[in-house]
Design a protein around this ligand. Structure first.
Ligand code: MRU
Length: 350
């Protein structure tokens, strides 16, 4: 995403990748909410950053209306953006930050409020990149030279403000001089692994092999994977992890085959108010994503079960990698310690 001075806020339309690199302008909160819902932009931290920019865009659009109407427009923008997708907590975290920024300057002119909101959105964006780089450095400690790494969905630069979470760890390991080989699940039904992860890694010259999700079991059984690294959309207070559907089976398989299963996620992905993963709202997406792809249909018109995310119990997670350190063998007490700022850098790994 980019917002050059004097121009529109734009996102790289991820629906067009890898075939075409098209930037689309987002000129309102409504347009931003549609872009998030339609997966033009996706990935938990990227959704949060985009929503923050969407609030700033709406504020700038409304600077010339009377203050009461300006406030009503902003309130509507918050409501609309919050309704765009339910699972990634980063969306609500970013909107809360934007609301807090607004409250500190609500008595100022509409132009001043809009300027401050744009600056806050930019800060959220910049902080996410910095967090990913720190997370990368911590996570790279878990990646041995020559590692063969399995990942799922896309937790890369596209899913964040830049560098990535799971792919950020891989990028940092490569930058530290380690050789790695990545295996990317294609990630049915929206194919974020095939279209986005393979594209990102291939562009960076990091060796990547694509596999159908259903081949992960035999790949792990063959002994060709040293560790699994994925991102997260929301982490509950007990360390349970919601991430792209298909993550939980990978964690079960990793445990079965004695392979480390790591989750890379920034502080903004933790929802300390959720006691466990069972309380995390899981987005159900449309039948069209499973009955076919794009305009093509290959299945008859039958009912479809299409949850966008699943929950991996904390007990299956070897380490949560954050920008403030590692949480090995996450549980409620370690997440509580992390919440108040204690960094957990012990190296015991399940
Ligand atoms: O439906 P998506 O593509 O938004 O789902 C994305 C994921 O599940 C990612 O793994 C997660 O957001 C981590 S992104 C750093």
């Amino acid at each position: 995403m980019r917002w050059p001075a004097g121009a529109d806020f734009e996102i790289l339309d991820q629906r067009a990748l890898p075939g075409r690199e098209v930037f689309i302008p987002l000129r309102s909160a409504t347009g931003t909410a549609h872009a998030i819902r339609d997966l033009a932009v996706r990935g938990a931290p990227a959704i949060g950053c985009t929503a923050a920019f969407g609030i700033a865009v709406e504020a700038l659009n409304a600077v010339d209306v009377p203050p009461a109407m300006f406030a009503a427009r902003l309130e509507a923008a918050f409501v609309e953006l919050a309704a765009s997708r339910p699972t990634a907590i980063n969306l609500f975290w970013a909107l809360d930050r934007m609301r807090a920024a607004w409250k500190t300057c609500a008595a100022e002119s509409t132009r001043s409020v809009a300027t401050r909101l744009r600056a806050e959105a930019q800060t959220i964006f910049d902080e996410d990149i910095a967090a990913n780089r720190r997370m990368g450095e911590f996570g790279a400690m878990l990646v041995p030279d020559g590692a063969r790494i399995l990942t799922h969905c896309n937790a890369g630069a596209l899913a964040t403000a830049g560098h990535g979470t799971a792919l950020g760890v891989i990028r940092s390991a490569v930058a530290a001089g380690k050789k790695v080989e990545v295996f990317a699940d294609e990630t049915r039904p929206v194919l974020q692994g095939a279209r986005l992860t393979a594209w990102e890694l291939h562009r960076d010259g990091i060796p990547v092999t694509l596999l159908p999700d259903v081949a992960a079991a035999s790949l792990l059984a063959s002994g060709r994977i040293d560790l699994v690294i994925v991102g997260a959309d929301r982490i509950a207070a007990n360390g349970d992890v919601a991430n792209k559907v298909g993550t939980y089976p990978l964690a079960v398989l990793a445990r079965r085959h004695g392979v480390q299963f790591h989750v890379a996620a920034p502080r903004s992905t933790f929802d300390f108010s959720m006691p466990d993963g069972a309380s995390i709202p899981i987005e159900q997406r449309g039948a069209g994503e499973v009955l076919g792809y794009g305009t093509e249909r290959w299945a008859p018109d039958v009912p479809v079960f299409n949850p966008a995310f699943d929950v991996t119990p904390a007990g299956l997670v070897s380490t949560i990698i954050t920008e403030d350190g590692l949480i090995p063998g996450p549980d409620a007490s370690k997440v509580a310690a992390f919440r108040v700022g204690a960094t957990v850098r012990e190296t015991r790994i399940r």
